[in-house]
Design a protein around this ligand. Structure first.
Ligand code: 5CA
Length: 291
């Protein structure tokens, strides 16, 4: 639960975990939890005997199959922005091609109901919900991580966009070469994120990067970036990710006394000496960029 009063950004909260059908508690309304979950694939037929269940689709699509008392089945298809309430005592089975939902449930309600049918699949967790961590704004998470790492850099929220290296250079009034791009690649065989910190004036040569990584790499998709780092493209920071990420830093960044990196959102940046950036990221310094 958030320990301070303040807004909970549901996009940030969803980006902070990747588990499927594993609800996170993001707030409370009287004795109800507000829960969010990623959905993909089939859930399990189950029943909540004593409570209705409220669903709001935040992303993608979410379907709820229902059985009437006579055993007849129908499926309610919900798109982003649509809500639906499953009445108490109704056997139902959610499924999704990929999506995210918000639910209201009395505290202690099990995600698989008072009873369920058959085995619970591995990708469904039977839980009364986990308390979400790091619900503050993405930039606060980065600021906290900088402090934890002993860096003195301050996160600055800019009035203008810092989404791209050009935007960021204009916003802070530095050279594009002093902007740190935090680029996420995917190692094709291991399917792991590879973070490359590179000057805003340069491009990563994927063949050179593949040599240092030891296997082929490709540019990550937006979804992969969000799932593995917890941040959206345009705000990906060099530290403070959802999981440890192998990090490389291109040597051209060492040409500057100070550089500016993204701090979790497309408006937040921090300024740091390149050597200090190497220290806090434990990055391996490599030559993988070309102007
Ligand atoms: N906030 C600035 C730095 S202060 C920033 O994040 N710049 S960046 O260069 O690190 O992030 C933008 C990068 O995201 C682009 O250079 C590009 O490599 C990547 N990107 C942009 N759009 C996509 C996309 N659709 N799919 C994958 N990667 C993308």
């Amino acid at each position: 639960m958030p320990d301070k009063m303040g807004p909970v950004n549901l996009g940030d909260a969803l980006a902070s975990f990747a588990d499927i059908y594993s609800p996170r508690i993001v707030g409370r309304v009287n004795d109800y939890d507000v829960r969010i979950a990623h959905a993909k694939g089939e859930h399990v037929w189950h029943v909540h005997e004593h409570t209705d269940e409220f669903f709001l689709v935040l992303e993608g699509r979410f379907d709820v199959s229902l059985r009437d008392p006579g055993g007849r089945e129908r499926t309610v298809v919900l798109q982003k922005g649509e809500m639906f309430v499953v009445p108490k005592g109704t056997e139902h089975k959610p499924s999704s091609p990929g999506g995210a939902i918000l639910m209201f449930e009395p505290r202690g309600t099990s995600s698989t109901g008072d009873r369920h049918e058959g085995e619970i699949p591995d990708h469904v967790e039977s839980t009364t919900g986990h308390y979400a961590e790091g619900l503050g704004r993405s930039s606060s998470r980065v600021a906290e991580e900088l402090r934890r790492l002993g860096a003195t850099a301050e996160v600055r929220e800019m009035p203008e966009s810092t989404r791209t290296a050009t935007d960021a250079a204009a916003a802070v009034g530095c050279a594009v070469a002093q902007i740190v791009k935090s680029l996420v690649f995917r190692s094709v065989v291991s399917d792991e994120p590879v973070l490359v910190l590179v000057s805003g004036a340069d491009r990563v040569d994927e063949a050179l990067l593949a040599q240092v990584v030891g296997e082929a790499v490709e540019q990550a998709t937006g979804k992969f970036v969000r799932e593995r780092t917890g941040y959206a493209i345009g705000g990906v920071p060099p530290v403070g990710h959802a999981q440890p990420v192998v990090t490389y830093l291109d040597e051209h960044l060492l040409d500057h006394a100070l550089v500016w990196a993204a701090a979790g959102t497309p408006r937040a940046v921090f300024c740091i000496a390149p050597a200090e950036l190497v220290r806090i990221t434990s990055a391996r310094v490599v030559a993988v960029a070309r102007a």
